[in-house]
Design a protein around this ligand. Structure first.
Ligand code: BGP
Length: 484
């Protein structure tokens, strides 16, 4: 038996990509409620220009925080797949698959509609009590991401978002409210989703300038401090809380054996992957940080108190998403790929998805072994899956062998890593139910084992149905990963 007895099998979503109900029960607007399809990468870089990331077109934003939808614009996250009104049905389906854990996030503006209030919105708190009760009814453990790309719009507009040190206090108050309110309902927490994207995306997009690196490293510093403070408070409120970091995990390889490529690849790992994990797991900036900052002439606002907070607030778990690997080189390349995470050299040994994401299960084993050796912490793969276009047959069935195959290979790779001594404690496949894709804003890039009848233009009944992968994953969980 490769997988440990209490291995946490499950699925993952994020509030902004599934919930909808964007103005229900006193919820305030988030930056993602006013991002048009295809624009979420702009939000994810935390520069928050309300722009369409793919075309550079600035989207108009509603005038008040109550947020009227502008005519002619379609904002996919405002309705998403309406988990807000379907959560009972959806959780029953997760239970039918046998989930042990469900990774979800809490929408900040359901709890604090503007983000800077002292008093939380009771209706928002109540919604998540209901969700957690429903999960516990089936013995499913919630794993809660406190912040998944979803800053309150008001904080962006009035404070400049994470460029402002004040965000630390707003975030910490939000986190403390959650730890207190859900003390007996939630034990697993993640502070920020894919925190490292802030830097990694700068390299991928638009020849970023030094000022952008300056801003990104500064935002990250405030987020590390906010995360470290939240970890300490979470432990104080309940010493049983298990609080993790969440890193966007991409295994990067040198394209050639040229020592320049080998060194570049190592330095890319430091900047894109290790920098965030090291601060959050070791509680201090790594030795190579000085070189990274100097490269872009970055001068940071870091106080002695901040450094003390980082030291005290190290995480209990290392979690990450894994979809693909990338290849880097200092040489001119003939074949390149343009997927939204990995723009660069094409790896001739791998197959690529429709969105040019490299399918590389062995890269997952490699990544697991690297971070296992580095951090000596329990690890969880909290996102993994295949975005694909699904076809509904006339009889309503959905055959998705490509998704099953992708997951089979990645689960097998996790088993190989475990056999090699890796302390992997859980796996939540991304988008266990179809949801709005973060990178494209589209519904048609589907990850789910549960299909949702909703289309890119917002049409559809929102009815749920089971894909072939639903039945397959059910067997995987029932056999604890033996029957894949
Ligand atoms: C990760 C995000 C998720 C999810 C996933 C798939 O970066 O944490 O929110 O969206 O990527 O990406 P996409 O939706 O672009 O296919």
């Amino acid at each position: 038996m490769k997988f440990p007895k209490n291995f946490l099998w499950g699925g993952a979503t994020a509030a902004n990509q599934v919930e909808g109900g964007y103005d229900a029960d006193g919820r305030g607007m988030t930056i993602l409620d006013v991002t048009t399809a295809g624009g979420l990468h702009a939000g994810r870089q935390q520069t928050y220009k309300y722009a369409d990331g793919m075309t550079g077109k600035e989207a108009e934003i509603p005038q008040d925080a109550a947020g009227a939808v502008l005519p002619g614009e379609y904002y996919p996250n405002q309705v998403a797949v309406d988990f807000y009104h379907h959560y009972k049905e959806d959780i029953a389906l997760f239970a039918e698959m046998g989930f042990k854990v469900y990774r979800m996030s809490i929408s900040w503006t359901r709890i604090f509609p503007h983000g800077d209030e002292q008093e939380p919105n009771q209706a928002g708190l109540d919604f998540y009590h209901k969700v957690f009760a429903e999960l516990h009814k089936y013995g499913i453990e919630p794993l809660v991401t406190i912040s998944h790309f979803e800053n309150p719009l008001y904080l962006e507009r009035h404070y400049g978002g994470w460029n402002n040190r004040k965000m630390i206090d707003f975030y910490v108050h939000f986190a403390e409210t959650l730890f207190t309110e859900y003390k007996d309902e939630v034990k697993y927490w993640l502070t920020f989703n894919e925190i490292n994207n802030t830097i990694m995306f700068l390299d991928l997009f638009a020849n970023a300038k030094d000022e952008q690196y300056q801003a990104a490293y500064q935002q990250l510093h405030y987020q590390y401090v906010a995360s470290a403070k939240a970890v300490q408070i979470g432990h104080k409120i309940d010493p049983d809380n298990q609080i993790g970091c969440m890193i966007c995990g991409i295994t990067s390889y040198p394209l050639t054996p040229d020592p320049q490529d080998i060194l570049k690849n190592r330095h890319d790992w430091e900047q894109n992957i290790f920098y965030s994990g090291d601060v959050q797991c070791f509680g201090e900036y790594p030795s190579y940080a000085k070189r990274l900052w100097a490269q872009h002439d970055v001068k940071l606002d870091i106080t002695d108190e901040d450094l003390a907070e980082l030291k005290q607030g190290t995480v209990d778990l290392y979690t990450f998403s894994y979809y693909m690997s990338s290849a880097v080189t200092t040489h001119e390349t003939k074949e390149t790929v343009g997927g939204n995470f990995t723009i660069g050299a094409k790896n001739p040994y791998l197959q690529y998805s429709e969105w040019e994401w490299a399918d590389d299960p062995m890269g997952l084993q490699y990544y697991l072994e690297v971070v296992n050796d580095r951090y000596h912490l329990p690890l969880m793969v909290v996102e993994n899956g295949l975005g694909a276009i699904d076809k509904v047959e006339e009889d309503g069935s959905i055959h998705d062998p490509y998704r099953i195959e992708y997951m089979q290979e990645h689960i097998k790779a996790m088993g190989d890593a475990i056999e090699n001594g890796v302390n992997l404690v859980g796996y939540t496949s991304w988008g266990c139910i179809d949801l709005v894709s973060a990178g494209t804003g589209q519904m048609s890039k589907r990850y789910g084992m549960i299909y949702v009848d909703r289309n890119d233009d917002g049409s559809g009944t929102l009815d749920r149905s089971r894909k072939d992968s639903f039945y397959w994953y059910k067997d995987v969980i029932a056999s604890n990963g033996e029957k894949i």
